[in-house]
Write a protein that binds this ligand. Structure first.
Ligand SMILES: CC(C)(COP(=O)(O)OP(=O)(O)OC[C@H]1O[C@@H](n2cnc3c(N)ncnc32)[C@H](O)[C@@H]1OP(=O)(O)O)[C@@H](O)C(=O)NCCC(=O)NCCS
Length: 174
């Protein structure tokens, strides 16, 4: 089994490597200014994942009032499916350190790998933002993780397979 990556706080010095991953991971990557803005927010939690000292993934989470908003998460394609995002999300939950915390995010409806990942971490779909993505007019799936959805995860309500994503889509479009 692959060892979990080392997780630490993301810093301004990491941003050149972050941008290199960002540009490989997304059709409309964030700019340097967007990362600088997020890192400057004192209430946010931004994390870096490292393998053998090399930055291989990151996540950016901002707090708005009482809700944590997962703004960005990406992993270098050469290191995907090795538990990097899982370690980032687990550490994020740990650092928030509040069992009552509520998290939300938006994800492209077509991004099945990310949706599976989020469902494994207790997120559930809760509506759409129509034509949210400007590059192709795609809808965003809004997902929430709350004490209730996380309890359902522990009960094994969804085991985080692509079948769960397809089932959830069927239910939503019914
Ligand atoms: C989504 C993303 C962050 C996942 O990162 P990762 O480090 O590869 O994820 P993990 O290795 O921790 O995977 C955890 C689980 O998520 C699911 N998963 C992740 N990638 C998957 C894929 N390509 N296909 C199916 N399931 C996938 C699996 O259940 C996986 O567990 P398993 O490997 O034991 O089957 C990564 O694919 C990525 O950077 N994508 C591009 C950027 C992006 O879409 N970010 C999300 C924006 S909302």
């Amino acid at each position: 089994m692959t060892e979990p990556p080392k997780i630490r706080r993301l810093t301004y010095a990491d941003l050149p490597q972050v941008l290199a991953i960002e540009r490989r991971a997304f059709p409309t990557p964030w700019s340097l200014a967007m990362f600088v803005l997020e890192l400057s927010k004192p209430s946010g939690i931004c994390l870096a994942a490292l393998r053998e000292g090399r930055l291989v993934g990151y996540c950016v989470c901002s707090r708005y009032d009482k809700v944590w908003h997962l703004m960005n998460i990406a992993v270098n394609p050469d290191f995907q499916r090795t538990g990097v995002a899982t370690a980032l999300l687990a550490t994020l939950e740990e650092r928030v350190g509040d069992e009552q915390a509520r998290f939300t995010l938006e994800v492209r409806q077509s991004n099945a790998p990310a949706i599976v990942l989020y469902e494994r971490h207790g997120f559930r779909g809760a509506g759409l933002r129509r034509r949210y993505y400007h590059d192709n007019g795609e809808d965003a799936l809004i997902m929430w993780s709350t004490p209730a959805t996380r309890a359902a995860r522990s009960d094994g309500a969804a085991d985080g397979s692509l079948d769960d994503v397809h089932n959830a889509r069927r239910i939503r479009s019914a």
